[in-house]
Structure formats: structure tokens, C-alpha cells
Design a protein around this ligand. Sequence first.
Ligand code: PBG
Length: 326
Amino acid sequence: MFPTERPRRLRRTPALRRLVAETNLAPHDFVAPLVVADGIDEPRAIASLPGQFQHTIPSLVDEVRALHHAGVGGVILFGVPSTKDERGSGAWDPEGVAQVALRTLRDEFGDDVVVMADLCLDEYTSHGHCGVVRDDGTVDNDATLELYGRVAVAQAKAGAAVVAPSGMMDGQVGAIRDALDQAGFPETIIMAYAAKYASGLYGPFRDAVGVEIVGGGDRKAYQQDPRNRREALREARADVDQGADIVMVKPAMSYLDVVSDLRDELDVPLCAYHVSGEYAMVKAAAANGWIDGTVVAIEQLTAVRRAGADFVLTYFAREIAEELGR
Ligand code: PBG
């Protein structure tokens, strides 16, 4: 006669709902992606990412201070150089903008802020690919590995606690681990973009860092095919075997099945990257009054945690950390 299952009992008040919540969101669950650019005097707003900037070194320091104050778990740095070349040598130049920024953050915040460095060549290469390009236009996997090792050592020297290879070359984690260990950086952490898909959701980011693949190419020959799920496990296991300390799934919302799989199968910390396009979609719909941006951001970030990610890289880091702190 009466329903025996009454889950609504536990939903009656905010206090009850909080008590039985399975997933909670806290500021330390977020890592903020930050862009620092060479050759600018003022921070530059990124049109496709409302609220995000290409930073100068001083504005970067201010932003990291605000993020630290809001309790955010860490920051991941992307550099925009003023000149590019075939091999992307700015990526390992000790005076390159990312390295200067890393040293500054190290001096300013020490170990109080977890500072990560995205490790790739695409911002630094004239052709826009993530590795060394052969005459026929394809990316040479093994020739790229040696360069990634150089970048890792330069970033570690400059003070990065974590290096995050995002280029999807086979063997990149092992090559970077070897290079770091040989250079005397056994404590530098590797956070591998393990399952990084060839996604349409990176569009605003490529604007933000001024990366365009010459000739209208794409990254489908090295990033994963969105049609594949099992393959992510193969990628992530390979990275863990090579020494990855943390693995990442990217993008986040369209790949929660992958997040869930990796959580079930692996013991290492797992994160997901809520990417530029995901942020931009929420911001654009909210600006039109079609959704409540804050509610949707919290819902999405919670979903990423619920699927099994320990933390989330997100452009919402500061905004939502401040919101949660209210
Ligand atoms: C590659 C890199 C990209 C992103 C992070 N690292 C772009 C790409 O693969 O084309 C995307 C981040 C985002 O969209 O927020 N260095």
C-alpha cells in the first residue's frame, strides 16, 4: 500500500542533503590553467574565454595569489612566446617566458602553491604541431621525445613541481622520467595527459595561446579518436608503467565514461581537464541568459568528481572556489 522505498526522506532539508552527499566539491579540487605571454605590457583579455587573460609576469603573480587565497589546489602554466621556430626551442630556453614565470612563482610562493607546467611544443613551433615535423608533414614521434626531455628538465630547473606532458607521443612519460632522473630531478612529478582526445573543444584555447596548425592540419594522428573507450585504458596503463604519477582524461564532460573506467582500473591519482570549449559553452549560454552559469559550472565540476576524478583542471577554478567560500 505505502511505498517502502522513500529516498525522498533524505532530501527534505539542506542539512540532510549535505549529510548524505556522496560527492563534495572544494576549492582544493581545482587546478587553474594560466597563460603567460612574452612581449606584452598589460594583461590581455581572451575574447573566447570570458574572465581569462594572457598574463604578464606581474599579473600572473597577482592571479596566483588570488587563487591561493581562494584555496585552489594548484595552477598549470602555459607559455606564449614572442618568436617560434621549427623545433619549438623556446619551450626549453631557460629565458623563455614559461621558465621565467616558473622561477618567479617559485620565488614568490615556494611550496605553498602546487605549480605545474604544461609540457608540449605546439605553442613554440612555427607549424603548430606538438612535435618535430618531417618533410612529409607527419609528426616524428621518437625525434620529439628527446625534445620533451629537454623541456622537462628546463621546467624542473625553473621550479615546476609537476610537469604535464600533453603531446600524446608514445613513450613520452618514460623519456621524460629518464631525462628528469638523469638531470637530478627525481622528485619532479609527472602528470600525464594520458587519455587526450582529438576534440573540437580546444578551439578557444588555441586562440588563447595563438596556436594554429599551418595548412589547416589537425592532431588526429596523435591524439585519441573520440570513438574509442578501451584505448584510453591502454594509453593510461602505458603511462603508469612508464612512471606517470598522476593521469588525466581530457576533455572532461564528454568523456566521463573514460574517467570512470580509469578510476576503476588504476590506483594513481586521476584528474580530468574541463577544457576551454567546455568553459566557453557555459559562459556563452549564461551570457545569453539561457542557463545559470554558476549552477551549471558547479554541476559539471561535481559530475567530473562523481565520475571518479580526484581533481579537475578548470578555467572556473577561481570563480567557483570563491563561490564555494562564500
Ligand atoms: C597542447 C594543449 C592543448 C590544450 C592543453 N594543452 C591544445 C591542443 O591539444 O590542441 C587544450 C586546453 C584547453 O582547450 O583548455 N599543448
